[in-house]
Ligand binder design. Structure first.
Ligand SMILES: [Zn+2]
Length: 75
């Protein structure tokens, strides 16, 4: 994947979650990490199945890009 900022090749890697799934919650609804597991959001990993997130990283720009499977992850 090409970095959209500097156009260099990005490194592929993985982010591992631990006990609960990683989830994106918009800032206006965020109530902190303890409440997040009960809130709706975009689920990025599944703690029961595959609690890892494929990620592309640009070391120069310090940016990461992830793909979001929107079909199955709004909870
Ligand atoms: Zn870059």
């Amino acid at each position: 994947m090409e970095c959209p900022y500097c156009h260099q090749k990005m490194e592929k890697g993985v982010i591992y979650g631990h006990r609960s799934a990683l989830k994106w919650i918009e800032e206006s609804r965020d109530k902190g990490p303890f409440i997040s597991q009960f809130q709706k959001g975009i689920k990025l990993t599944d703690a029961w199945d595959l609690n890892e997130l494929e990620t592309y990283y640009c070391r120069d720009c310090q940016k990461m890009i992830i793909d979001v499977d929107i079909k199955s992850n709004i909870i």
